[in-house]
Ligand binder design. Structure first.
Ligand SMILES: Cc1cc2nc3c(=O)[nH]c(=O)nc-3n(C[C@H](O)[C@H](O)[C@H](O)COP(=O)(O)OP(=O)(O)OC[C@H]3O[C@@H](n4cnc5c(N)ncnc54)[C@H](O)[C@@H]3O)c2cc1C
Length: 424
């Protein structure tokens, strides 16, 4: 296989793991990042790495819950209504993606991408000496009602173990859990990283140690002229190929090439309790709060919430306060006095599938963004697809369900008039 020069834009989990996989194949890889590796969503998330992540966000039962959520200040979803006109096409496509037949097809694609996450990630962690950053303690859904029957069916259909627990089983597994919960579902295969930020930054260091270059500059323009051109910090860099892995900001970069993609920001929050006073044996997912409570190196972290806000709006304190009260509800003896709060932007498509593969009109450009709520989980599968495409191998994971042209809907007709070509 010929070695190529490849520029990867964005050093979140997707760009960093992809850069490592490409480097392993012998390519000359440069990673472009405007802040620091892991500075955006990838650094502050809940770190859950579940091979059983086969359930999309838009589900048939979701619509009936949404009106009640808008009345409840602690609900898992909130929206600045002034953003509704901008978001409308995306929201319509989101609702359509929740039809049961679509959910089943989407779930199959998620199973193919996310199922091998740990088997693909572990060799890289071993090479980098980072195995201890990922632990396997399983994940416990509590408060699951009958509306989760489809989710359970999808997990079981894709071959994952789901254990049903009653009150005693819950207490044995997680003594700190509120006795209000009387039943739960345990997914024993689920792992998590005990520090998502350290995972990304350590992988970036590993990449550099192996000869990779990291350019800390904002990429201001992307162009194609037989090769891929990346303009960063007043300089033009030429590569055989460029991978766009800039999270929610990928949409703006692709405008330079005349593409528009249905990618919106869903802001999420975490609160990390630094002296929790309790220990957890597993990851807890209180279903009603749509939250994840995770034992980490720096304390116990609760993450979650979906907020549609004005781009650039400041963090909303009431969203992180709601996380605190959800955590206290699930874990009554949790000490919440000392805590840190954080907000990050998930890059979300309407159908919960990322956008992966070659740009339709520019074979030198590869898309790797839009992982929404599951970017930590989807990173290794994404990197494997991109590495296979660059090497012109038949991809072990079929990239077809993730192709950008699945959004041919007139809702997403391109508005940009930007030039397709570029003269350096
Ligand atoms: C509260 C919360 C909890 C979550 N929990 C989980 C979880 O448990 N498991 C899971 O799998 N997922 C989880 N997620 C989702 C996950 O965090 C995201 O899917 C993932 O981090 C997206 O990674 P990314 O690399 O695509 O984007 P990002 O992390 O946003 O990285 C993109 C990078 O590109 C850089 N960039 C952008 N534009 C430019 C430019 N022009 N030039 C140079 N650099 C640029 C940015 O600075 C950034 O560093 C959670 C998210 C949130 C908010």
């Amino acid at each position: 296989m010929a070695s190529r020069s490849i520029g990867v834009i964005g050093a979140g989990i997707i760009g960093t793991v992809t850069a490592c996989f490409l480097q392993r194949d012998g390519h000359d890889v440069t990673l472009y990042e405007r802040e620091a590796p892991g500075s955006a969503a990838s650094g502050g998330n809940s770190g859950v790495l579940s091979p059983a992540a086969v359930v999309p966000v838009s589900m048939p039962h979701l619509l009936s819950s949404v009106p009640g959520w808008f009345m409840d200040p602690e609900a898992p979803l909130t929206m600045d209504w002034r953003q509704a006109p901008r978001l409308l096409p995306w929201l319509i496509a989101f609702v359509r993606a929740g039809r049961e037949d679509r959910v089943r097809a989407i779930s199959g694609a998620l199973a193919a991408l996310n199922g091998p996450t740990l088997s693909l990630l572990r060799p890289l962690l071993r090479e980098a000496g980072l195995e201890s950053l990922v632990v396997n303690k399983g994940m416990l859904y509590v408060g699951a009602g009958p509306e989760d029957r489809l989710a359970t069916e999808l997990r079981q259909r894709s071959g994952h173990i789901v254990e049903f627990l009653g009150p005693q089983g819950l207490r044995d597994l997680e003594p700190a859990l509120s006795t209000e919960f009387t039943h739960g579902l345990f997914l024993p295969e689920t792992a998590h990283t005990t520090d998502p930020h350290r995972l990304v930054t350590s992988l970036a260091t590993h990449f550099e140690r192996n000869g990779g270059k990291i350019v800390i500059e904002e990429v201001s323009r992307l162009a194609v002229d037989g090769q891929a051109w990346i303009e960063a910090g007043e300089k033009l860099h030429r590569h055989d190929m460029a991978v766009v892995a800039a999270g929610v900001w990928s949409r703006r970069l692709l405008g330079d090439l005349g593409y528009d993609v249905p990618l919106v920001s869903q802001r999420g929050y975490h609160v990390t309790f630094q002296e929790p006073g309790i220990t957890l044996n597993t990851v807890i997912m209180p279903v009603d709060a749509a939250a994840s409570i995770v034992p980490m190196e720096m304390g116990i972290r609760i993450g979650g919430t979906v907020e549609f806000a004005r781009p650039g709006a400041p963090a909303n304190r009431s969203r992180s306060d709601a996380r605190c009260s959800h955590a206290r509800h699930a874990l009554p003896s949790l000490d919440t006095a000392r805590h840190t709060v954080w907000m990050g932007e998930r890059p979300c498509t309407p159908d919960s599938l990322p956008i992966l593969g070659r740009a339709p009109r520019h074979p030198q450009i590869l898309f790797a963004f839009g992982h929404g709520h599951q970017g930590m989980i989807g990173a290794a599968g994404t990197a494997a697809i991109i590495a296979d495409l660059v090497a012109e191998r038949t991809p072990a994971i079929d990239p077809q369900p993730f192709a950008s042209d699945r959004f041919r809907d007139p809702l997403f007709r391109r508005k940009s008039n930007a030039a397709d070509r570029f003269s350096p």
